[in-house]
Design a protein around this ligand. Structure first.
Ligand SMILES: C[S@@+](CC[C@H](N)C(=O)[O-])C[C@H]1O[C@@H](n2cnc3c(N)ncnc32)[C@H](O)[C@@H]1O
Length: 847
């Protein structure tokens, strides 16, 4: 910015030139009264002066009066080509500042600023009007004759004193300040002037006098000397600085970094919003570079491919982070989607790409392949929406779009996860390792795989290469193996479950991140395997005050304590569960896992299973909050009273069942009893159901002598019928026969009957008696040969007959019959005993 001093210098130069030129020749029309000062008065000052001394002599040239008149805002100066190259045009604002610095009011431009071309053409026009020769613009000589405004200069008088010209010009301006003072002071100020790059760069040299005065040369020398002196000082300082730099401490760089940070912080607070924005943009870029460093190469390429994606990422980052630390954390935690919204769906975009150049590079084969490929591209929502509307097909949501848990959800504390069972204390010693050494090889074929009919599956044995002849792909009974592979892949979907905080006071729970098929394995239940004693000990001490228990009965009377365990420990109880906890034998070892129930599991469902909880003590009984319709009210079995009642009922019903079975058995074994009971039952069945107050009258029995089911029954029935015929129709009484009074009467009748029989026998001829006896024996032989039961029934008849016959001496046949009877009775007793035992066992065992 030119100062007053520089202005003075300019005038000084002009004054010096004036001394050597004749006043008559000084004729210049300065019409730049309305031109901002800096623009109209060009570069003067020491540097310009110096240059001018080195350059070929130039001269101020004034336009012709007419031309000047037409070009009212022009100071006509001669400018060398070289100088013009260093002449940046000052801006109007600079000019105004410049003018104001002079302490004068800036006169306003009266004519509008014209474009360069207009000005040139107008100059040409005026020149041609006045018959002046105007060189073409491109001509070097003509360039010399143009002022900085690009206007054509017309050389007229060469040796005009510039000072006088200026003085004249200034006087024409009719300014209210006196320039003479400056002309006088210029010598002193010139000494102080420090050559500077920033001082006026407009270096239009004034016309240099042909013979420099001696005084001026001295001044110049003095100035040179001063400059050299300054130069030396600067050099000295630089060397000192260099030396200091070599002695910088090792912490200097650290301090520099700190200082930069502090400075940038200060800057960000001091500077306005714009600066902050710039700074934040820079930070974002830094973040991106941080992210880029953490990203795999493939992702970098993908990201770099789309600027819009990048911009989106920048926005995301700026939203989620507020300071540098947070940003770096975000960068670490950032999860990248592995595929787009339409993952798994085939791409069937048939539209031609608009960019033809790209389509040229895509071969037809590639295009057809694209349509067959799975779509991992995330289409813009507007296109996707339109396409889906057009297609009208189902929309498949990827699992992470439906995210059950927002990030940062409270997770259980102080929980140590272990993904395999660990034996603790005595459990390891007591565990019988060879207990599962037995193997069974299933007989499944490759066609069916190991489906529900697989023998191993039926026995809860997982198939492996030892017990299954199929490959892992063919076999469908390798759940634990599949689970291991799935979890190893990692990610929300593969792990499939996550811990959630329940809202109804059940603590944490587990929710499905995906769907599970019925019976599909979900998560393994692992933990510490402890003995019963250890479990009791822990319950008494460590878990005394606990509200949650993670203990589950395992194998060989041991317990899995999942206080340290797998995620399955958080699965809650429900009286209407959607999962099952199952124990399987995998590679000869028992393992427990949660399997989906028969309904399967939908994404987002809470997983539950029935604990069948043994509360260990009544103190530990917990209220169930499963909320199901058939909720038992407590975790595990129902309360004790209700349980006892239920147990009693159950026992009774079982006892009744057992009695019935026993009766049926006896019914089958003992013909006599069975006949009577059968008859009674038969009668009961035939009896119609009567309303209250009505009695049933037994109809006359119609016995078909010929129609018999078996010889035994036939014979027995025959015997009874004979007796009945003899003693009257005893069985008419039906159920009454069991009444003691009736029984007595019957017996008396019978005894009287036997007497009458005996009478009839005695009254009968001997041949007829022997015939009757023979008939009896015959019947006995046949029966004994056919069935013991019949024998029993026969024996009873025989006993009756014996009673009736009383004192009749025992014959050989009778002796034989007695021994056979004894054997039969013994056998029957043995069978009845075993039956009784089995019934007793089933009653005790509850099954
Ligand atoms: C194996 S843990 C289940 C995870 C547990 N909710 C947690 O926050 O750690 C068993 C405990 O959960 C609670 N619980 C599970 N199911 C429940 C239910 N249906 N109602 C009430 N509490 C339940 C009980 O406190 C139980 O002792």
């Amino acid at each position: 910015m030119p100062s007053v001093n520089s202005l003075r210098n300019r005038f000084e130069n002009i004054a010096q030139q004036q001394e050597v030129t004749s006043p008559e020749k000084q004729r210049v029309r300065v019409t730049a009264y309305n031109m901002p000062l800096r623009q109209s008065t060009l570069a003067f000052g020491a540097q310009a002066q110096k240059r001018s001394s080195m350059m070929p002599r130039t001269s101020m040239q004034a336009p012709t009066p007419d031309a000047s008149e037409s070009e009212g805002d022009t100071i006509v100066v001669n400018v060398s080509t070289e100088q013009r190259t260093h002449m940046p045009l000052p801006t109007p604002s600079e000019s105004a500042t410049d003018a104001s610095s002079q302490g004068c009011s800036t006169p306003k431009m009266q004519s509008p600023v014209r474009s360069r071309s207009k000005r040139v053409s107008s100059a040409r026009r005026s020149a041609s009007k006045k018959n002046t020769v105007v060189a073409p613009i491109r001509d070097a000589s003509s360039e010399k004759q143009r002022n900085i405004s690009g206007e054509t200069l017309v050389p007229e008088e060469v040796n005009v004193s510039t000072t006088s010209l200026l003085k004249h010009g200034i006087s024409t301006l009719d300014m209210d300040w006196d320039m003479g003072v400056h002309f006088e002071d210029q010598k002193d100020d010139k000494e102080d002037e420090v050559p500077s790059e920033t001082s006026s760069t407009v270096t239009v040299a004034a016309a240099e006098p042909e013979v420099e005065p001696k005084e001026d040369r001295q001044q110049q020398e003095a100035r040179h000397a001063k400059q050299e002196e300054k130069q030396r000082k600067w050099e000295q300082r630089r060397k000192t600085a260099d030396m200091n730099a070599t002695r910088r401490s090792s912490r200097a760089s650290l301090l520099m970094t700190k200082a930069t940070e502090v400075m940038s912080a200060v800057t960000s607070t001091v500077l306005g919003k714009r600066d902050r924005d710039v700074a934040s943009q820079k930070h974002k870029q830094d973040d991106l570079s941080v992210l880029d460093e953490h990203e795999p190469e493939s992702k970098k390429v993908r990201k770099g491919g789309s600027t819009s994606t990048r911009a989106q990422d920048v926005d995301d980052v700026s939203l989620s982070t507020t300071n540098r630390n947070m940003r770096s954390r975000t960068a670490k935690d950032k999860k990248w989607l592995t595929s787009g919204l339409y993952a798994g769906q085939t791409r069937n975009i048939t539209s031609e790409p608009k960019n033809k150049r790209k389509s040229v590079s895509t071969t037809p084969q590639t295009t057809s392949n694209l349509s067959d490929k799975d779509n991992y591209v995330l289409p813009l929502p507007m296109f996707a929406g339109e396409r889906l509307l057009g297609l009208g097909r189902d929309f498949k949501l990827p699992f992470d779009v439906f995210s059950p848990l927002p990030a940062g959800h409270a997770q259980p504390e102080a929980y140590r996860k272990i993904n395999h069972n660990v034996f603790i204390g005595d459990a390891a010693d007591q565990w019988r390792h060879n207990v599962f050494s037995e193997h069974s090889t299933c007989m499944c074929s490759a066609d069916t795989g190991c489906d529900n009919n697989c023998m191993n599956r039926f026995m809860y044995y997982e198939c492996d290469n030892r017990n299954c002849n199929l490959t892992a792909e063919q076999c469908g009974n390798r759940a634990f193996e599949g689970l291991k592979a799935r979890v190893k892949k990692g990610g929300k979907y593969n792990v499939g479950v996550e811990v959630v905080r329940t809202s109804d006071g059940r603590g944490y729970g587990v929710r499905a991140n995906r769907c599970f098929e019925p019976g599909q394995i979900i998560v393994e239940y692992t933990g510490e395997i402890i003995t019963q004693e250890e479990c009791e000990n822990r319950m008494r001490t460590v878990y005394k005050e606990n509200e949650c228990y993670y203990l589950m009965a395992f194998d060989q009377n041991m317990i899995i304590d999942a206080t340290r365990g797998s995620l399955a420990r958080f699965v809650n109880h429900s009286c209407a569960p959607n999962c099952r906890m199952e124990k399987w034998t995998v590679s000869s070892k028992p393992r427990m896992a949660l399997f989906a129930g028969d309904r399967g599991i939908m994404t987002g469902e809470e997983l539950t299973y029935d604990y069948n909880f043994d509360p260990y003590s009544q103190k530990n009984v917990q209220v169930c909050r499963c909320g199901s319709e058939n909720c038992r009210g407590v975790l595990g079995p129902k309360p004790k009273d209700a349980m006892l009642k239920e147990l009693q009922k159950e026992k009774e019903s079982k006892l009744a069942g057992a009695k019935r079975k026993l009766g049926e058995f006896l019914e089958e074994t003992t013909g006599l009893l069975s006949n009577k009971d059968k008859k009674r039952k038969l009668d009961e069945k035939q009896k119609p159901k009567l309303p209250k107050g009505w009695a049933y009258v037994e109809p006359e029995p119609k016995v078909n002598k010929t129609k018999t089911k078996s010889p035994v029954v036939e014979i027995v029935e025959t015997g009874i019928q004979q007796e009945e015929k003899e003693f009257g129709n005893m069985s008419d009484d039906g159920a009454l026969t069991r009444r003691p009074s009736k029984l007595k009467r019957m017996l008396s009748q019978r005894s009287s009957g036997s007497k009458s029989l005996r009478k009839s026998i005695t009254t009968s001829t001997p041949s007829s008696i022997s015939a009757l006896k023979k008939q009896r024996r015959e019947s006995q032989r046949v029966v004994s040969a056919s069935s013991q039961m019949a024998l029993i029934s026969h024996d009873e008849n025989q006993d009756n007959n014996d009673d009736e016959e009383g004192d009749r001496p025992a014959t050989d046949d009778d002796k034989n019959n007695n021994s056979t009877r004894a054997v039969a009775v013994a056998n029957l007793k043995a069978r009845a005993g075993s039956l009784k035992r089995s019934v007793g066992r089933s009653l005790r065992g509850g099954r």
